[in-house]
Design a protein around this ligand. Structure first.
Ligand SMILES: Nc1ncnc2c1ncn2[C@@H]1O[C@H](COP(=O)(O)OP(=O)(O)OP(=O)(O)O)[C@@H](O)[C@H]1O
Length: 576
């Protein structure tokens, strides 16, 4: 836990140092009045009470309490400032780190789990750390200072009181072990709820249309009940050991009292010291009782913190020699790649796309066409061989540099819950209004936008759910047009468009691909007849390569696919 906390503290070391000093000062102001209490007791039992001295002790205690109030306020403000600064630093680090991870990390990891690290685990740290760390620090310093007072007063009784600590520590260790066990299960159950809810909400349309409301809700219901059980166990199982720790303290206080009374009866202890230990001895245990509970909560927090640190330690995509290309020829050299290590989906693939030329990728479903485009954009890193742009290995480029070179129009369009205008402007944040409108015009966005309330300022909804598939696609083309990157990746760009619009969109795409290096994943083979080069993939390997007429002459897989498409022409439903 200390190691984890140290990693967090490193993000604001000066603030942490200042707060440790404040806590020390705060504890001193809690403990020092206790010392004066001791002097008052001694004065009262001295036989000849000096009223002036007694009242001056009372006045000093009163002034110390006033200063203590001031220091307490400073400490509380300091602790909260430190907590929220550290949690904000954690969130910022997570945000920055996540954008430097390969897409693979996001695809491979449960999105519900990743979201719960960013939202829940950091919030757990924030809540628990802020409310316990002050108590822990105050308990540590106050115990130290009060122990010194007691030792100076009577070392024998002080030793009896402190003998409770090892036993108490043992109880803390046991409850700590249990909380790590139970807390892990609790966090897992909590994440399962997040994941099930996410799945339920995202899939609600399909769940309803397939009449799966009952069974799917059943799995959510199970996750909620598992969480309820885990929550109860997390509280209930370590609880008895925490309470036993408190009982040990009470027992040792009684033991000390018994010994003190015996010493008093034997005449080896004054009444003043006896009273002192009665009052102050109990105060020694007060912070320790708080530690007993807070330490267990801190260990629970550490489970969350470990999960945050584990995400922060996922290796980022490197950027090697950080080079920038000057040309835009794309080259695959003996590239082999698999999403999972044991399942290769591309096998020793080699090809070259000349700058400003158009290459089409064709092949049966699952042959690896989309994967090729993902590797060019460096969403993933290849395991063998290399992908180069302008002669430079993409692994030697900052991922952000690669994205700058590429405009994509993919099958799945994601729009931010913002206006149509801003969704287009994401292509070029410093674009003028004129540029945005021109791109919207070229991509046929204006056509439908004017009919919406607010025109280009109309909202698209979460992920673009207020728009049709074709409308979303047109916005994504407008965004790509505005970005005006030298490389264009098109994946089934025309798949979800109605025939009426398709011709206009084709024109927009012609604009988009002018003087660009273009890779197009084509399903409608007629649209890529004029491509400079067609690559036919089959099961992740290069099956054929050439122009449309070359490939037709070869009478291979391309010829076969072309034949099928000519026969089908499109969807037909026959009435019985
Ligand atoms: N994120 C992923 N994780 C694991 N396997 C994947 C992932 N994406 C694709 N695959 C697998 O990789 C192989 C190639 O998929 P890819 O999407 O590149 O094919 P495709 O030719 O574009 O298919 P389609 O024409 O149906 O879109 C398939 O076997 C697919 O199941």
């Amino acid at each position: 836990m200390i190691k984890n906390l140290f990693l967090v503290f490193k993000t604001a070391p000066a603030m942490v140092r200042k707060n440790i000093l404040l806590e020390l000062l705060h504890s001193m102001f809690i403990a020092v009045p206790t010392g004066f209490l001791l002097l008052i007791v001694q004065e009262l039992f001295s036989g000849e009470v000096n009223q002036r001295r007694l009242w001056s002790y009372v006045l000093i205690m009163l002034s110390l309490l006033m200063v203590q109030l001031f220091v307490s306020v400073k400490t509380i403000v300091g602790t909260n400032t430190m907590t929220y600064t550290l949690s904000t630093n954690l969130r910022l680090r997570l945000g920055n780190h996540l954008q430097r991870l390969s897409m693979g990390t996001f695809k491979q990891r449960d999105p519900g789990d990743l979201a719960s690290v960013v939202l829940q685990d950091v919030a757990n740290f924030e809540m628990i750390f802020g409310h316990t760390v002050g108590n822990m620090a105050a308990a540590f310093f106050a115990t130290l200072i009060i122990s010194v007072f007691l030792f100076l007063t009577d070392w024998r009784l002080a030793l009896v009181l402190l003998a409770a600590l090892p036993l108490c520590w043992m109880m803390i260790r046991i409850s700590n072990y249990l909380i790590v066990q139970q807390g892990g299960k609790h966090v897992e159950a909590r994440n399962a709820i997040g994941a099930r809810f996410l799945e339920y909400i995202q899939g609600i349309r399909h769940i309803k249309s397939f009449g799966m409301t009952g069974p799917r809700f059943g799995s959510l219901d199970k996750a909620l009940n598992d969480f309820r059980r885990a929550s109860i166990r997390t509280e209930a199982i370590p609880g008895p050991f925490v309470l036993t720790g408190g009982l040990v303290l009470e027992l040792f206080f009684l033991l000390m009292l018994g010994i003190a009374v015996t010493f008093f009866a034997q005449g080896s202890l004054s009444a003043a010291v006896l009273i002192t230990f009665l009052i102050i001895g109990y105060r020694l245990y007060e912070p320790l009782k708080i530690v007993l509970v807070d330490y267990v909560i801190l260990r629970y927090m550490n489970i969350s913190l470990s999960r945050v640190i584990e995400v922060l330690q996922i290796p980022e995509q490197g950027s090697g020699t950080k080079r920038k290309p000057t040309g835009y020829e794309i080259c695959f050299e003996e590239v082999s790649f698999g999403y999972q290590e044991d399942k290769e989906v591309l096998h020793q693939l080699s090809f070259k796309v000349a700058e400003n030329s158009m290459m089409a990728l064709v092949g049966p479903s699952g042959s690896g066409k989309t994967t090729v485009t993902a590797l060019i954009a460096r969403f993933w890193d290849v395991q063998k061989g290399k992908v180069t742009i302008g002669g430079i290995d993409v692994k030697d480029m900052e991922p952000g540099e690669v994205y700058k070179l590429i405009s994509e129009v993919f099958q799945e369009v994601y729009l931010f819950d913002d206006s149509i205008y801003n969704n287009i402007r994401f292509g070029k944040m410093d674009a003028t209004e004129e540029e945005v409108i021109r791109a919207a015009d070229l991509a046929q966005v204006l056509d439908f936008a004017w009919e919406l309330p607010g025109g280009l300022q109309a909202r698209t909804g979460e992920g673009g759910n207020l728009l049709s598939g074709g409308q979303k696609q047109r916005i994504s083309i407008a965004r790509a047009l505005l970005k005006d990157a030298p490389i264009v990746l098109l994946d089934e760009a025309t798949a979800s468009l109605d025939p009426e619009n398709e011709i206009h969109i084709q024109k927009a795409i012609q604009e988009l691909v002018k003087n660009k290096t273009v890779i197009v994943v084509a399903h409608k083979l007629a649209t890529i007849r004029n491509a400079d080069q067609i690559l036919v993939l089959n099961k992740g390997s290069l099956d054929e390569q050439g122009t449309h007429s070359n490939l037709m002459d070869k009478k291979g897989l391309y010829h076969h696919l072309w034949g099928i498409q000519q026969q089908l022409g499109g969807w037909k439903i026959k009435k019985a």
